[in-house]
Ligand binder design. Structure first.
Ligand SMILES: *Cc1c(COP(=O)(O)O)cnc(C)c1O
Length: 365
């Protein structure tokens, strides 16, 4: 299969699958990322040989030499996407081609080999088909897919690895936040930034998350749910949350989100909401927005809603913003009308309740 893309996956099926009754019980209330399906996909890469050994195997531990490169220099990238249950019992992925493209871009930034986009999409389809019984049926839940790639050469040399392991695991998920649809409170981080120009802010790599954990811990200590990061240069422009993009909704009905200038992760949810909002007749601006302006606009009633968005958290209203020099409530602090409308427009397409005019669904069965 080398570099052509489309592969046949050798199936070494799990002889010890979770029993149906136990699986159904787990699917009742899966939480987020705690329960895993019976299988995973793995593909190997070696310099000179390309991609090889694509297979579906039982979900289980890997064994690595302690010198394995990823453990030391964090040469790792990942993706996050969902398979949705459709009303007729079938299932679909949402824009998997966009995840494949972003995975390739992340690989390039981390000096890793590009996994051919069709191979990425096939690997995810293959896992969902094998573990189809694990796609939950309850409203608001889905099967979350986590493709990732790690550097596997066992040598402490500071260089790109010649060998890699690509893997996809799957986990049934309910709501990302414990409160479900209720609004979150953000902490404006002044001590930490997430991404600098020229850095890895627009690549989906584990290192970005490791670097955001201290800021997230600070947010929790301050009684907030999530961090909102400002730009690293002027410490003024609102960029995004640790793992979600951000949108602002104004009283005149327009909406705004920070532009993709290299320090923000290009969310597929973000891109989809921009399209949906425009088709609903809303004016959408991709323009920088300063934290002081956000506070002033919220206090004057010029800004009436704000929300965070991403595959895991879907669309989550922002109720309050706090920081050392900021404190303000947005609208009445709850889910607003425009946020609710955009959220259901997106969810209705993803769950097959509304026509998919954009060709975003990739039907699996
Ligand atoms: C994954 C991610 C997002 C959301 O991207 P989606 O494609 O919408 O899931 C936003 N910000 C960061 C930092 C992320 O890692």
């Amino acid at each position: 299969m080398s570099n052509t893309g489309s592969a046949s996956f050798l199936r070494e099926l799990n002889p010890n699958r979770v029993e149906a009754t136990k699986r159904e019980a787990l699917l009742e209330n899966p939480g987020f990322g705690r329960v895993f399906t019976d299988h995973m996909v793995t593909i190997r890469y070696s310099e000179g040989r390309g991609w090889y050994d694509a297979k579906v195997v039982a979900h289980g531990p890997f064994s690595f030499d302690p010198a394995t490169l990823v453990l030391h220099y964090a040469q790792e990238i990942f993706e996050g996407m969902k398979a949705y249950r459709l009303p007729d019992g079938g299932a679909a992925l949402f824009r998997p081609d966009a995840n494949a493209r972003r995975f390739r871009n992340s690989a390039e930034r981390l000096a890793m080999p590009a996994l051919p986009e069709p191979l990425f999409v096939d690997s995810v389809r293959e896992l969902v088909r094998v573990d189809r019984e694990w796609i939950p049926r309850t409203d608001g839940s889905a099967l979350y897919l986590r493709p990732f790639m790690i550097a596997t050469e066992a040598v402490l040399g500071m260089k790109p690895s010649p060998d890699y392991l690509y893997c996809v695991v799957a986990t049934p998920v309910g709501s990302y936040f414990k409160g479900g649809a209720s609004a979150v409170t953000l902490w404006v981080s002044e001590n930490f930034t997430r991404a600098a120009p020229g850095g890895t802010g627009d690549a989906k790599c584990g290192g970005n998350y490791a670097a955001s954990l201290a800021a997230q811990a600070e947010a929790i200590r301050e009684g907030c749910d999530q961090v909102v990061f400002l730009d690293a240069v002027e410490r003024r422009w609102v960029e995004e949350l640790g793992g979600m993009n951000v949108f602002f909704v104004f009283a005149d009905g327009s909406i705004q989100t920070p532009p993709l200038t290299g320090t923000i992760l290009p969310g597929i949810t973000r891109a989809s909401l921009i399209t949906l909002a425009r088709d609903l007749g809303l004016t959408v601006r991709e323009e920088p927005y300063a934290i002081d302006q956000w506070q002033a606009d919220a206090q004057r009633g010029k800004l009436v809603e704000a929300f965070a968005c991403g595959t895991a958290a879907v669309v989550t209203p922002i109720g309050k913003v706090k920081g050392r020099t900021h404190e303000f409530t947005i609208g009445d602090g709850n889910l607003g009308l425009v946020t609710a409308r955009l959220k259901s427009a997106l969810l209705d397409i993803q769950n097959g309740r509304a026509p998919d005019h954009y060709g975003w669904l990739d039907r699996l069965f």
